[in-house]
Design a protein around this ligand. Structure first.
Ligand SMILES: [Zn+2]
Ligand SMILES: [Zn+2]
Length: 237
């Protein structure tokens, strides 16, 4: 999948901005083969996102359903995992686009390993950034991961059904749980499109430090007629 021969531009970029492994600081790649193998042994067993019951499916158990609009949440790595966190950080803030396919590969493999039972009629939707923030950052990492993930598993991708209508402080900067909930409430709006009515949406985000963003997006989508919402994220707090 990865190109073996470097173009002159890639060669120059490597020379000007050498890459160091986030695990062992060896020069050459953002994640060397050894650290990649190690990281892949530290993926998460899917749990109920509310009570953390290790069900191996990520499904929300019956008593927990009143506490979240999500039906399922699957996360690849724990947020405490330094290497995963740093890869996401480099991707988001240094806009290293090549990180996308690697992270998507981790997500796709995880979903397949755990046999997450998605069906062909499900639609992949990324957690949107506010238009101003997207312009500021140049891209939305969740869109990129979502698009590549949808392609890898053969699902429809839509980034025009959910919109972030207010410009909020990023969730990571906002430490207090209650603050986060208040902060996120009312920031999304969903389009009542016939294409999403009665469908199951797979929401994609890079990080879920708490469940509040996913919960709020799921709530708004269900209000717009979506049947159920599953979440998939690279890292979870
Ligand atoms: Zn390494
Ligand atoms: Zn539960």
């Amino acid at each position: 999948m990865y190109k073996i021969h470097k173009t002159t531009k890639e060669w120059l970029l490597d020379l000007l901005f050498p890459k160091f492994c986030v695990g062992c600081e060896t020069e050459g790649l953002f994640l060397c083969e050894t650290c990649k193998t190690g990281l892949l042994t530290r993926t998460l067993t899917p749990v109920c996102p509310v009570c953390s019951f290790r069900n191996g499916t990520g499904a929300v158990c019956k008593p927990c359903r009143k506490k979240t609009a999500l039906s399922r949440l699957v996360a690849v790595f724990p947020y405490q995992e330094k290497a995963a966190r740093e890869l996401l950080h480099i991707y988001k803030y240094n806009r290293v686009r090549e990180m996308g396919p690697m992270l998507t590969e981790f997500l796709t493999a995880h979903v397949q390993n755990w046999r997450v039972p998605f069906s062909r009629t499900m639609i992949v939707v990324p957690i949107p950034l506010h238009r101003a923030r997207r312009r500021e950052r140049g891209f939305n990492q969740s869109e990129e991961i979502g698009k590549q993930f949808a392609e890898a598993v053969g699902l429809l991708y839509r980034d025009d059904v959910l919109e972030r209508t207010s410009y909020t402080q990023s969730q990571v900067e906002c430490a207090d749980f209650r603050e986060r909930r208040k902060n996120i409430s009312g920031v999304f709006s969903a389009r009542e499109a016939p294409e999403i009515r009665h469908k199951t949406i797979m929401l994609v985000d890079d990080i879920a430090t708490s469940r509040s963003t996913m919960d709020e997006a799921a709530r708004v989508l269900k209000e717009a007629g979506v049947k159920s919402v599953w979440g998939v994220v690279i890292a979870r707090g």
